[in-house]
Design a protein around this ligand. Sequence first.
Ligand SMILES: *Cc1c(COP(=O)(O)O)cnc(C)c1O
Length: 358
Amino acid sequence: MHLDALAANYRTVVAELGAVPAAGVVKADGYGLGAVPVAKTLWSEGCRRFFVARIDEGIVLRAALPTAEINVFDGLLPGTAGDMVAHDLVPVINSLEQLQAWQRLAIAADRELPTGLHIDTGMRRLGLPPDECDQLADRPDLLTGLGVRHVISHLASADVSASPQSGRQLALFCELRRRFPFGAASLANSAGVFLGSAYHFDFARPGISLYGGSPYPDSGRPNPMRSVVTAEAPIIQVRWAGPGETVGYGATHTVASDARIATVPVGYADGFLRSSSNVGLAAIAGRLVPIVGRVSMDLITIDVTALEDHHLYPGAPVELLGRHRPVDDVAERAGTVPHEFLTHLGNRFERRYLTEPS
Ligand SMILES: *Cc1c(COP(=O)(O)O)cnc(C)c1O
């Protein structure tokens, strides 16, 4: 992984935001890439606010970043309050029930506890639903003893350029913000940042764009983000296959004319999704070659007939993700989003963190 590219992507997002800061979303172990090295890199770029999904992720991050604001999207789940306080984490409160439990703790501890407030503007996943927003607006005492750091909501369709949902959520968030004018306001994920300044509020919450995914995947516009992850594996063997012969489980690929098939030690157990079978691509020496046959647990097979002999030796590096294999394209070919592809990359990949420009 290229930490310089991560830092450059952070700067690209911040430049798009103008004067508005960006929090770093480092849930799921930094989208599978390592939350601690990712967050430390973002910290060195000036990022001071982070979001994780689970409290355990927050505890790990706290050990690495003693003074950062670390927020937990899951909110205050039963049994987590003690750890939340002990590790100075901020629960992003998702219901009045969570709010009251957190407030009871603040009163018992006789100190103001930092609080995030998630309000639902249409995602219907997390956050205070409309009726609880109404109740909270009528009962400002529910926040007594709590230091509200921010009020956030989440866009459901920011990456669908034609969707009218983002505009509706924006209007509702503006209205709710007037009723809850506490702390900083935040609405935008990566795609939201690029919807324009109306979506920026007081800070943004980019995730996938920092890791190299396009913030406007369906628009046909070139991705302004740099590739952050390179995933490589060596060729194990190269064999000829003749016309009519088939490759791999289920014989899903039939060789048309004499072909050279290289076998590479990466499979779905490494997160190279099986849905890449017969549609994925790899790159050797910067040239694209098709994945033929099924992706199996530990291996893929690629058709390297077009390449010269000197590229095809055991140990020759095959790029699966990287400059020639952008994560958006790799994910799309597998029928998914870059978020899923990155978080699936398995432990059998040896992780290296490089700081040189890529
Ligand atoms: C994951 C997440 C983000 C980041 O989304 P990206 O699409 O990766 O930029 C922001 N906010 C919330 C609430 C999230 O769950």
